[in-house]
Structures are given as structure tokens and as C-alpha cells.
Design a protein around this ligand. Structure first.
Ligand code: URA
Length: 291
């Protein structure tokens, strides 16, 4: 992390983010603070924050608002909001998942692992995907962020978190001086898009999880951030525990500190989860600074 003080060259950008967040609170707004920010702009902001440093925000930072997004990829947490995903077939509603399956032979080089994933046909999603969405960010990153599964934009571009939820995530990470350009590696539990953005199925998670375990093993991050219940449950091994009960503490994934939080798409729909997300980010930041 760029762990310096707030006087660096990029501090203007990160301070701006913090100031905007506060302004929203003071105005009592729930509404958009990202406006028409493009992904490039968000990444630029993140990079500037990274070069500069941590903004002047703390665990007691004020409540912040959220983007009223037009089409974030629907996600699964908390469980009850699943009903809002009109397009999901009823048969695919969350079921208990297994974390036991691994790839028969896990390649021990990053490039081989990636190549294996790009050619993967281990589950039926291989038939419906446009392309495999393996990761974004540097394989030398200090933080690995794990989401749920690619959505339509990701399936089209091959890059995870490029939609509205991804922009929002980039912006929130920038507030703690993290960017996928320098310090964040981002990927998903599933590497292929489930049709109509339905929930990942247990057998798909089982078939795919070896890639994620391999990614974490090879990237060797200082910390992990799981966003959304699928990533949180898989990485904590608590497959039946609600996300709300998993967040707020530091878990350990094979010795790597793990913080879990809500999915950014959930924040776009439900601004009230932004504050807990914010708190979780502060916890993550502490963990990364302590490490
Ligand atoms: N939601 C996810 O969980 N992952 C993506 O890559 C995009 C949206």
C-alpha cells in the first residue's frame, strides 16, 4: 500500500474522494457521487491516490452515499434480496456449496494456471461463455479481491469488474489508496459468466475453485478481500453462514488475513450497506498496514 502521509503528489485525488464522501453525508444524500466517471477516470484516480497516499478517513468516517446504478451485475447478498433478480431461473436459487473440489493437477506457474483456465471446459459454463474472465491487476499485488462471477460486460471484455459495480469498487478502494493498477489483483469465484447472471451453482464452484486457490497461492498477497457471500463463504469455509455474520472480523485463508464484505453491486442497490462496507475497508487497511 502507499502507506505514506497525506502530503504526497496524489493526495489531492484521494482527499477529493474523502471530501466528496463527507459532502454526501452532510447533504444527507444517498445519491450518486461517482457521476459519469468512466472506468479510466476511476483507475486514474486510484493510481493517483496510490502514489499519493491514504486519504484522511478513518474507521469513524461518516456514512456515505451510493450510486443509483443502471445495471450492476446482480449479486447474492444478503440472501433475501435475491428475489430482486428477476431474470434468475427459480431452480438456481442458492444451494449449499462444496469447497472440496480442486483441479486434478494445479499448474505451479502463474502463466500455466491462466492458460489452463482460459481453455477450461470443466463445467457447462464453458458452453455459454464468450470468454473466460481470469483476472485484472498485477499478479504481484498486495491485495487480492475476490468477487462472485463475471457479468455481461466482463464476459464481453474478458476483464473482471468493468461494469458499474467495478467502477464503484475501484473508487472505494482508492479511498484507502489501493488500485488494481498497482496494488490490487482482482478475480472471481467463477471464471465464466453464469447465464442471465444467475447464482453460481455448487458444481460450478467446485469445478472452478482450484483456479482461485491457485491464483491466491501464486500471487501471495498480504491480504484478501472477499466481496459478496459466494466469495466470503468459499474463502472462510463457512458455507452456510450469512455474509452479515462473517463480516466485521479478520479471518484467515491458509494463513493470509481475509476480510469479507458486501458486494459493490449490493451497495449500488442498497446504500445502507455502504457504511458497513466502508468499515470493512478500514479494517482491511489496518490489516494491510500492520502486515
Ligand atoms: N460482479 C462480480 O462479482 N464480478 C465481476 O467481475 C463483475 C461483477
Amino acid at each position: 500500500m502507499s502507506d505514506g502521509n497525506a502530503q504526497g503528489p496524489g493526495s489531492g485525488s484521494s482527499a477529493d474522494v474523502a471530501r466528496l464522501l463527507r459532502q454526501r453525508v452532510e447533504l444527507g444524500g444517498d445519491s450518486l457521487f461517482m457521476g459519469g466517471l468512466t472506468r479510466e477516470e476511476a483507475l486514474k484516480l486510484a493510481a493517483a491516490a496510490e502514489r499519493g497516499v491514504s486519504p484522511a478517513v478513518t474507521a469513524s468516517a461518516p456514512r456515505i452515499g451510493s450510486d443509483k446504478d443502471s445495471s450492476p451485475r446482480p449479486v447474492s447478498e444478503p440472501a433475501k434480496k435475491e428475489s430482486s433478480r428477476a431474470s434468475r431461473p427459480a431452480a438456481t436459487v442458492a444451494a449449499p456449496r462444496s469447497t472440496s473440489a480442486v483441479l486434478p493437477v494445479l499448474p505451479d506457474s502463474y502463466d500455466e494456471l491462466r492458460e489452463a483456465a482460459l481453455a477450461c471446459t470443466r463445467c457447462e459454463l464453458a458452453e455459454s461463455r464468450t470468454q473466460v474472465v481470469f483476472s485484472d491487476g498485477a499478479p504481484t499485488a498486495r491485495l487480492v479481491v475476490v468477487g462472485e462471477a463475471p457479468g455481461a460486460n466482463e464476459d464481453k471484455t474478458g476483464v473482471p469488474f468493468v461494469g458499474a459495480a467495478g467502477k464503484y469498487l475501484d473508487l472505494l478502494l482508492a479511498t484507502v489508496a489501493l488500485s488494481r493498477e498497482e496494488s490490487v489483483y482482482i478475480c472471481n469465484v467463477l471464471k465464466c459468466r453464469p447465464p442471465a447472471n444467475r447464482n453460481p451453482m455448487p458444481e460450478e464452484i467446485s469445478a472452478c475453485s482450484g483456479y482461485l486457490h491457485g491464483q491466491i497461492e501464486l500471487v501471495k498477497p498480504r491480504a484478501l478481500l472477499a466481496v459478496g457471500s459466494f466469495a466470503a463463504q468459499l474463502l472462510t469455509g463457512n458455507e452456510k453462514t450469512a455474509l452479515g455474520r462473517l463480516r466485521g472480523e479478520v479471518h484467515s485463508y491458509r494463513g493470509v488475513p481475509l476480510v469479507v464484505t458486501y458486494h459493490p453491486a449490493a451497495l449500488l442497490r442498497n446504500p445502507k450497506w455502504t457504511r458497513p462496507f466502508w468499515d470493512d475497508l478500514q479494517l482491511l487497511s489496518q490489516v494491510m498496514n500492520d502486515g
